[in-house]
Design a protein around this ligand. Structure first.
Ligand SMILES: Cc1cc2nc3c(=O)[nH]c(=O)nc-3n(C[C@H](O)[C@H](O)[C@H](O)COP(=O)(O)OP(=O)(O)OC[C@H]3O[C@@H](n4cnc5c(N)ncnc54)[C@H](O)[C@@H]3O)c2cc1C
Ligand SMILES: NC(=O)c1ccc[n+]([C@@H]2O[C@H](COP(=O)([O-])OP(=O)(O)OC[C@H]3O[C@@H](n4cnc5c(N)ncnc54)[C@H](OP(=O)(O)O)[C@@H]3O)[C@@H](O)[C@H]2O)c1
Length: 557
């Protein structure tokens, strides 16, 4: 094979790292790579895989073409697309927990459920059929488990594998992963499906006087089974007005003596019927295949129209939502009280909209099982909360529904990441098409929509990833890396398109989006589908390097 040279940028500084046999590999220090190869046999993916499998098996048993980290909604979706589109590539899913489901297995607080309709939150390849659009966590878990079994994905998941370190080497063209117990895995392409928030540390602000409070203080992320009985027949105060508080309050109200929502600021809350009549009609009248497709697309389109309405006509949307909320309360409070407790400071969709299935949240106040206090917490006392304005909230239990923390090393969750010897710093990266990161080779990740169902994006990101894997195999490429061209500037908006507390707190530590294509993070299924689903792989911002021979790889890992 003739001498091959890839020089992706001009002005590179070259440092020879190793020379062995007939092969020299050099690396550059401006985060770009350069490979000089004198010999290679890597021309066809099938041959490549067979060669590697035999040479690797002697000393590295955990080497794969693709490793997926995480077995939540995203990891399962990614595996489905690997099965469908990359059947000859070896892959595994590494999951640090003992079971699949991620979010839906992790949170245990009363009432935990989806707030997206399940027709769009469910997979495009296993469409949710029930007429109930909102599902509790146990139904979602069962659905995910069923999906993983049906598609042969379950057997691909390796549980209790906690990846602590990920190192990319342009020399070996491999990611090397180290687990908490020191096991080593390696792969050509890494697919991060680790979600977005920290499982380790929720956002739990310290309140003055906490130590004097005689009762239980618990954050929903730390909720255990035994807490269920500890709230029964008690006065419970819930601090917060996000989706967690809105979900918890109606469920707590069923057993608690009284629930008080202690909110710093109000939230938009949409009441939705528990059963979707139109879905039911469609299910009754059309053959199943057409019915489920129609229901899914109806919801995708309705969701988008609602978002467009809210962002283009915020005043009208505000009025419509507030009047719906007022009606739900059916005279449970005066207009003045309503204005104080239910008028958010922001426009709809600047922060996430909360959902209340069957109006369950409003029912709590209609039936006088709960009350709301709006203002700042001054301090905790021995038997409750003292507000800045002097209001007193009596409580035996305080639930701090104060939110999440984002991953500190997004989207690598808890992993320490090193790329060709350099520590990965998320804020120094730009997001490429919402699925890859600048200067991070052979890596893609899934982060879903914040203004629509997460899974819609997981689907198209997974499809893009498998197209990329196949393109590289077909074209004998060993490295792919997005590079930001000069002229691209960070855009004003963050990659989440939200102003919620957890997004603002994480802002400085997150990868950025750019001010031009393909560095813009869209939260729009239709735009992303056009680019990721129907678009090609080749792109001026995507740099490829030739595949190196795999011989001797294990000794270099
Ligand atoms: C309470 C709650 C409700 C939500 N409801 C909705 C909703 O209704 N609709 C919606 O669209 N979105 C919702 N979201 C957002 C939600 O997180 C996503 O929809 C979706 O479930 C995320 O799936 P995921 O697989 O990407 O991430 P996760 O569910 O977070 O799964 C990530 C997996 O990766 C594993 N992992 C992470 N790091 C490592 C590591 N180092 N080594 C090994 N394994 C690792 C984790 O253990 C976990 O199993 C909700 C979020 C929360 C917190
Ligand atoms: N499917 C579901 O139904 C569901 C359920 C739970 C969570 N989720 C998702 O999970 C994410 C987090 O939701 P979340 O409700 O846990 O968190 P959140 O949306 O960040 O809400 C946190 C709440 O805590 C309040 N808060 C924070 N610090 C406070 C302090 N020091 N004093 C008083 N109040 C304080 C915030 O008040 P301010 O608003 O005034 O800052 C806010 O009301 C979101 O993405 C959400 O969509 C979804």
């Amino acid at each position: 094979m003739p001498f091959m040279l890839t020089v992706p940028r001009t002005h590179v500084r070259i440092q020879i790292l190793r020379e062995r046999g007939g092969e020299k590999t050099t690396q550059v220090h401006n985060n770009s790579f350069l490979l000089i190869r004198l010999e290679t046999t890597c021309t066809d993916r099938g041959v490549d895989a067979r060669n590697r499998d035999t040479t690797m098996s002697a000393s590295v048993t955990n080497d794969y073409d693709v490793l997926i980290i995480g077995s939540g909604v995203s990891g399962i979706d990614a595996a489905y697309y690997m099965n469908e589109h990359c059947p000859s590539h070896t892959y595994a899913i590494l999951e640090r927990r003992a079971s699949l489901g991620g979010t839906w297995d992790f949170f245990k607080y009363p009432g935990i459920r989806s707030d997206s309709d399940m027709y769009t939150f469910g997979f495009s390849w296993k469409i949710w059929k029930s007429a109930k659009p909102i599902a509790p966590a146990e139904d979602i878990l069962q659905y995910l488990d069923e999906a993983a079994r049906e598609q042969g994905i379950l057997k691909r998941i390796q549980f209790n594998i906690d990846i602590r370190r990920a190192e990319w080497s342009s020399l070996t063209q491999r990611w090397k992963l180290t687990t908490a117990t020191g096991q080593i895995y390696s792969c050509k392409m890494l697919f991060g499906c680790t979600g977005y928030y920290s499982y380790e540390k929720p956002h739990r602000p310290h309140f003055r006087g906490e130590e004097n409070f005689k009762g239980l203080i618990v954050h929903p992320q730390d909720w255990k089974k035994e807490h269920n009985s500890q709230v029964a027949k008690k006065h419970v105060a819930v601090i917060g007005s996000g989706a967690t508080a809105v979900t918890l309050i109606p469920n707590l109200a069923q057993t608690a003596s009284h629930v008080t929502m202690v909110q710093r600021s109000p939230t938009y809350i949409l009441a939705r019927p528990e059963e979707d009549a139109m879905t039911q009609t469609i299910n009754n009248w059309l053959p199943e295949y057409f019915a489920v497709q129609l229901n899914r697309w109806r919801h995708i389109i309705m969701q988008r129209l609602m978002f467009e309405y809210c962002t283009r006509y915020p005043e009208g949307a505000k009025k419509t939502i507030l009047s719906g909320m007022y009606k739900q309360l059916k005279g449970a409070m005066s207009q003045d009280e309503f204005d104080k407790h239910f008028t958010p400071k922001y426009n709809p969709w600047e922060q996430r909209l909360c959902l209340s299935p069957g109006g369950d949240f409003f029912k709590v106040f209609r039936e006088n099982k709960g009350s709301i206090v709006t203002g700042s917490v001054k301090q905790f006392t021995s038997d409750g909360i003292l507000m800045e304005d002097g209001d007193v909230v009596q409580a035996d239990v305080i639930i701090s529904a104060t939110g999440l923390n984002m991953q500190h090393n997004f989207p690598f969750s808890t992993m320490d990441v090193v790329i060709d010897g350099e520590k990965y710093v998320p804020s120094a990266k730009f997001v490429y098409k919402g699925v890859m990161l600048s200067d991070v080779p052979n890596f893609a990740f899934i982060v879903g929509y914040t203004n629509a169902s997460w899974t819609l994006k997981a689907d198209i990101a997974s499809l893009f990833f498998t197209k990329l894997v196949n393109y590289m195999a077909k074209n004998n490429k060993g490295i792919v890396c997005p590079r930001v061209p000069t002229g691209v500037k960070p855009s004003d908006g963050d990659i989440w398109s939200l102003k919620s507390g957890y997004v603002l707190r994480a802002g400085a530590h997150m990868p950025k989006q750019g001010n031009q294509e393909p560095w813009i993070q869209y939260h729009n299924y239709f735009v992303d589908a056009t680019k990721l689903w129907f678009g090609g792989i080749e792109d001026a911002s995507l740099e490829f390097g030739p595949c190196i021979m795999n011989k001797g790889l294990s000794s270099r890992l």
